[in-house]
Every structure is written in C-alpha cells, then in structure tokens.
Design a protein around this ligand. Sequence first.
Ligand SMILES: Cc1cc2nc3c(=O)[nH]c(=O)nc-3n(C[C@H](O)[C@H](O)[C@H](O)COP(=O)(O)OP(=O)(O)OC[C@H]3O[C@@H](n4cnc5c(N)ncnc54)[C@H](O)[C@@H]3O)c2cc1C
Length: 450
Amino acid sequence: MANDFEDRIARVGATLSSDLGAAKVHLGGPGYEDARKRIYNAGIDFAPRLVVTPESAADVRAAVLATTEHDVTLSVLGGGHDWSGRSVRGDVVVDLTRMQQVLIDGDIAVVGGGATIARLAQAAEPHGLAAATGSTGSVGVAGLTLGGGYGPFTGRIGMALDNLLGAEVVLADGRVVSTDADNEPDLLWALRGGGGNFGVVTAMRIRLHTIPSVSAGTIAFPFDQAVGVLNRYGALVERYPDELTETLGFMQGPDGGVLVVLLHAWSGAESEDARVLDLVAGLGDPVLVQVSRQSPAQMLREAEEMLAVTKSKLLTRTVTVSELSTETIEIMAEAMKQRPSPLSYIGMHPFHGAPERIPLESTAFGIRQRHIMIGIFAMWTDDADDENRAWADATLAALRPHALQSAYPNYFGNDRPEQAAVAYGPNADRLLRLKARYDPTGVFAAISLP
Ligand SMILES: Cc1cc2nc3c(=O)[nH]c(=O)nc-3n(C[C@H](O)[C@H](O)[C@H](O)COP(=O)(O)OP(=O)(O)OC[C@H]3O[C@@H](n4cnc5c(N)ncnc54)[C@H](O)[C@@H]3O)c2cc1C
C-alpha cells in the first residue's frame, strides 16, 4: 500500500515535471523549503510530499488533473496564514507564490491568486485607491477574501468578500472558468464566504475605493480601564458606523503588562481627524496615542510591525457577539490574566455600517447583523501545547453563552464541527448544493463547511 502511494506521488512528479518543467516541481530543495517556511504558524508539522509552483491557470490545471488522476490529495497555499495549516495538509501543495501580480484597471484590481494584501495595497496606493483588506499585510488576498475579510475599512466599504466582483477558477474537473455576476453567478456566490472549497482561484477582480489616506495608528489604554473603554466604544460606533473602524484587542504592552489596544482607522473627512481622535482617545486615559494621516498601504505596514511577534505556535478560537457587554469584557480580561503564554492575545473586529446593508442571501457569508467578531489567539514557543490549547478552549467556553450562533469560518478550525454546522445560517443548504455541483468528489478541502 505504502509503495503504491510512493508510486503515485512519483508519477504525479514525473507528469508535472514533463508538463510544467522541472523548475516548478519540488520534491525537496529550496522551492519546497520556501513553501514550508511561509506558514505563519510554527506549530504546523504537515509534511507535503511535493510542492508545485505554477505560473498560470494552465499550470494549475495540470496540477489539479495530475493529483486527481493519481488519487493523491491536494491543498492550495496562498499567504500561509491559516492557523490550522489547511493550505499545506495535502500530499501535493499548489503554492501560488509565483502568481502574485496585481494590475489596476480603473477602480478594479486584477489580483493573482497568490498575492498578499500588502501587494494589493501598494499597487492601489499611487491611484489614491484602497481595497477592503484585513489589518495585516502578509495575509493572502484569496484566503482572506474567500472566507470573509474583516479589516480597517469594513464599516465604509464592507468585507473583502463584498468587493470580490469576479474570479478565474480552476475547477476539480480541470475546467478553467470565469465567474462574475453574469457568468457562473452561483460560483461567485459560493466563493464569497465559502472559502477555497470550490476550486483554485487563479485571479480575482476586486473593487477598489477612493481612499487616498486615512487617519490611522495605535491608541492604548491601561488594562484596568478595559470595561469603561470598551463599553463607551459601543456608544461611539453608533455615531460613526461607516467611516470609523477600530480593531480592538487585549495585548501585551512593551513593559510586559496587558493593554487595551485600538488600531484606529478613520477614513472620513481629514478636517474631522482631530475631533474623532479626541473622541476615541477620550474613551479612557490612554498611555499611548500614535496616530497620523497616512496611506492605507502605510497603515498596513505599521500594523504588521506592531503585530510582529516571535515565530510561535498558534491556535485560534472564535466567537461572535452582538455587542461588548460588561460580562463579555470581564471574561476576556480575566482570560488575559490567566493566559499561560504572554504572547497570547484576544482581538476583536467590529462589523457595522456598509456590510450590514447587504442582504444575507446575496453572498454565502452567514451573518449580516451588527456584531463584534472575537479571535482568541493562543501563541506560545515552548512545549506546553496542552496548556495553551486548554486556555483557548476555556476562554471560548466562557464566552459561548454570550455569543451569537454564527462564527467566523476563517478562524474556527476543522476541530469545531458544531461551529461549522451553524456558521452559514440559512445559506448553508445552497452552499452545500454548490459544493456538490462544483467539487462532487471533494478535491478541495479548505475552511469547514456545515
Ligand atoms: C497574523 C494574522 C492576521 C490576520 N488578520 C486578519 C484580519 O485582519 N481580518 C480577517 O478577516 N482575517 C485575518 N486573519 C485570518 C486570515 O484572513 C485567514 O487565515 C486566511 O484564510 C489566510 O489566508 P492566506 O492566503 O494567508 O492563508 P493560506 O493558509 O495560504 O490559505 C488559507 C485557506 O485558503 C485557501 N486558499 C488560499 N489561496 C487560495 C486560492 N487562490 N484559491 C483557492 N483556495 C485558496 C487555502 O487552501 C486555505 O484553505 C489573520 C490571520 C493571521 C494569522
């Protein structure tokens, strides 16, 4: 049996070397090691047997057909930020690192399937344009967008998936299809929230918005002000639901103590910068206010620097709450005190404004009501895997009674079937029907479906 498997892998390698050229097929060596190194989570120990680095949809098609013909599993590697390593768990990894081109065509970006958010933001910057991205530049555009995409402009322009206008996709049967509102619209619907479960996205058409600059940066408050600051934050958002998006978190500060951190992003009128900043800083008595007018690309670079930590193991849990109640805030504050590793943190992405006005049934994404998405990030560098997992699970369990049913599919892993079962709400049936239509044999296994 094992020999049979080795034989099949060898045949995939030989087929692809002949079809694509040996330089794009890595059974070991630099291309293979590079792909493994790009995984954000140092705790991932999946060992793919072969890495392919395609340069075109035709190359991707060859890789999909070779793996299905020889009955080995495949996964697709974009930015490598999926905490549970779903991009590298296949026998064969299709690494899209050579497909990172970004072209700007008016207010549309045509983005390669392997591009990072930083590349997209940099390409849009000279045109005074910005995309709906996450808050960290090294995340892949495709992974973020297909699963959701909360970020600093969510209130103003919606989630990343709301701005996906079309895509080129290599399907499980090797067909290369273009999907948009008029062609294969069901496929576009499924890609907008259903993750990489429908094919390899080799290119995306993404709507850009005129946002040449933003008032952005970091505001930090002492830990003991958490309840007051976060309670008052809820009232502030009622006044500025669209242009003000604060990404919130409990994080370790430079002196080792926990801080309440706000990644501030005001994309409204520049003349209002000072007034809005005063309101946000006035949520408590801040220990740090480092905010300036900057381009969206610069904002991402600064956030990346702030979030940069020692390469560590990562386990993520998530819940979604309708608001930050005092009880919820206190649970998170207590969890921060109890965390076994100082690197661990809790982040919160608000969802309000533009994405609330999009009908639930118009994309696969499972929630459209106002909410806060909470990410519990256990990060550690030693061997205390059980202890750190237990901390994240206990924090999740404590928050669950206060949470909405829906949860963010990009954050819960394949080990949370109860969250996958309800995450898509009334969109679940249609999503599963489309999975059966576009990928009937389950070639693509990305975020958990119901
Ligand atoms: C440090 C950090 C910061 C983050 N910040 C945010 C944030 O601000 N907002 C937010 O919403 N999320 C955020 N996330 C979550 C992130 O959006 C998801 O983990 C996302 O799936 C990562 O995409 P990737 O391409 O980087 O990862 P990968 O691990 O490469 O891919 C993720 C999944 O998408 C699939 N995939 C990737 N590219 C393609 C493609 N072209 N075609 C088909 N399938 C594909 C992969 O197979 C895999 O299943 C963050 C995660 C981390 C670790």
